[in-house]
Design a protein around this ligand. Structure first.
Ligand code: AMP
Ligand code: ZN
Length: 112
């Protein structure tokens, strides 16, 4: 399958993982939008949040617990933002579900 994140997960594209378990990988975004910008990616090829169901939704809780743990590891005691861009209007550019963890600066609201 021609999916960038599947290739990263399968180690076809060498990437430094900061975390890996049987369900997810995490690594630093190649184009960081904050001093800390981590991507957490489920290993299953779920295209977007539109494909989350009650059957597969446990992965989202797993991601959020990991986001909290990585935020602590990366010194984000003052807070952080978890972002999921969904499909075109959400600004999704890679069609494999992923969660951004952003921190190390004041986040703004409303988002762009
Ligand atoms: P999104 O725009 O929400 O789909 O997020 C995709 C993210 O993947 C963007 O923030 C990109 O900078 C990031 N990205 C794309 N290719 C790579 C890569 N090879 N390694 C790390 N991050 C990447
Ligand atoms: Zn994929």
């Amino acid at each position: 399958m021609d999916c960038l994140f599947c290739k990263i997960i399968n180690k076809e594209i060498p990437t430094d993982f900061i975390y890996e378990d049987e369900k997810v990988v995490a690594f630093k975004d190649i184009s960081p939008q904050a001093p800390v910008h981590i991507l957490i990616i489920p290993k299953d090829h779920i295209p977007s949040n539109d494909d989350i169901t009650h059957e597969n939704s446990a992965i989202v809780g797993h991601v959020f617990v990991l986001a909290k743990n990585l935020a602590k590891e990366y010194g984000l005691e003052e807070g952080y933002r978890i972002v999921n861009n969904c499909k075109e209007h959400g600004g999704q550019s890679v069609n494999h579900i992923h969660f951004h963890v952003l921190g190390g600066r004041q986040m703004l609201w409303p988002p762009g």
